[in-house]
Design a protein around this ligand. Structure first.
Ligand SMILES: Cc1ncc(COP(=O)(O)O)c(C=O)c1O
Length: 367
């Protein structure tokens, strides 16, 4: 049976609510291929922890123009002065000439990079990491989108990640590459943000009930709880360690299944979307790639109309990302206008091929 609704926040199962967090799970030193990581409550917190440890508060930093407000917020919380380098609309790779012009002009202490949607949009820039590092610039690569794609991100000085995009965890992020960082002390001196966990558990219970009953009134109760958590994450003035509840889920997650399902769903969309208004940005799925979403362009200014048409069918495909106001102030409109045509199709492990069929039918019939 296809799910009648797609998208929206991940939520916990009753079994997870009952069992997780009861057993003490020690913070592991390693995660996937990353050794000596520090688990923070969010991606923002990982960035802030990195900047503080590097002693680079108040520095000049370069961020891609295609990014989200939380990244800007994290660097602003460190009093950094932010400049945005441009990303190409063709394949979301970095426009090297613009980046090196900004490096010359602003002499940044940090270059923040981020491969997008699981694809290696940084492959050619990474070849120049050494040159950039030789200029005394620290590279912070954000693997939030590319966590399972096995990219050569360790060539950066520091790696940061927000884990919540991949599975049903209330909080979580990590930072890797901080030399001489006292991890034990970090866990001792940073608390968990327990409200985030409680709100997520309560919202999950109600969302599960909604998914059983389709009683829309429940949405009015669980959505504000998820939004409340967004507000807590938005407060960048305090850093927390990742909660033991989330750690428990993370350590028991079946990442193989998560990756296989996402790849199968992506491939299905790749082979079946057939609407002249829709252009798939990454039109091949390389073998090791674990996609986060399928990013598309919707031409003729029809992005919002398609998103609304899908919402009418309870298919919630997000806009990743709404362009932060600071980007609009700093970058020429013609270089960032294309952000307005992008939509992110949901392909995650909650859904199967039947769900993809329904998504495709609705996309293909859209005019
Ligand atoms: C690429 C990327 N990095 C970092 C963040 C911030 O993560 P968090 O919401 O866990 O603070 C986000 C949030 O959307 C993101 O998309």
């Amino acid at each position: 049976m296809p799910c009648i609704e797609m998208g929206g926040n991940f939520c916990l199962t009753q079994a997870q609510i009952d069992s997780c967090g009861n057993n003490h799970v020690p913070y592991p030193a390693d995660f996937q291929e990353w050794e000596h990581v520090v688990f923070t409550h969010s991606g923002r917190s990982a960035i802030i922890t990195a900047v503080h440890h590097l002693g680079l508060e108040g520095c000049e930093v370069l961020i891609p123009s295609f990014s989200c407000h939380s990244i800007t917020d994290a660097f602003s919380a460190c009093d950094c002065r932010i400049h945005y380098y441009l990303v190409s609309c063709d394949d979301l790779t970095v426009k090297d000439a613009d980046l090196f012009r900004l490096i010359d002009e602003h002499k940044p202490a940090i270059l923040y990079t981020c491969p997008l949607f699981g694809f290696d949009t940084l492959s050619s820039l990474r070849e120049r990491y050494k040159d950039i590092q030789h200029m005394g610039i620290k590279i912070i690569e954000d693997v939030t989108h590319s966590l399972f794609s096995g990219l050569a991100s360790a060539a950066a000085d520091v790696v940061v990640c927000s884990l919540r995009k991949w599975l049903e965890i209330p909080d979580g992020g990590f930072v890797w590459g901080l030399n001489d960082f006292d991890t034990a002390r970090f866990y001792q001196t940073h608390q968990e943000e327990t409200d985030i966990v409680l709100n997520f558990i309560n919202a999950s219970k109600l969302k599960q009930e909604y998914l059983r009953t389709y009683n829309d009134e429940l949405k009015e109760v669980f959505l504000p709880l998820f939004y409340k958590n967004n507000g807590i994450f938005g407060d960048v003035s305090r850093q927390y360690r990742m909660s033991s509840f989330s750690l428990d889920i993370l350590m028991h997650a079946d990442f193989k299944r998560i990756i296989e399902t996402r790849r199968a769903n992506y491939n299905y969309l790749l082979n079946h979307i057939n609407n002249p208004l829709v252009e798939i940005i990454f039109s091949a799925l390389p073998i090791a790639t674990a996609p986060l979403y399928m990013q598309i362009y919707v031409h003729n200014g029809q992005r919002d109309a398609l998103q609304q048409a899908l919402i009418k069918e309870r298919l919630y495909c997000p806009i990743i990302w709404h362009t932060p106001p600071q980007v609009l102030e700093q970058c020429p409109a013609m270089d960032v206008d294309f952000h307005e045509d992008m939509l992110s199709l949901v392909i995650d492990q909650r859904y199967d091929i039947q769900d993809m069929e329904r998504l495709v039918q609705n996309i293909n019939r859209f005019r």
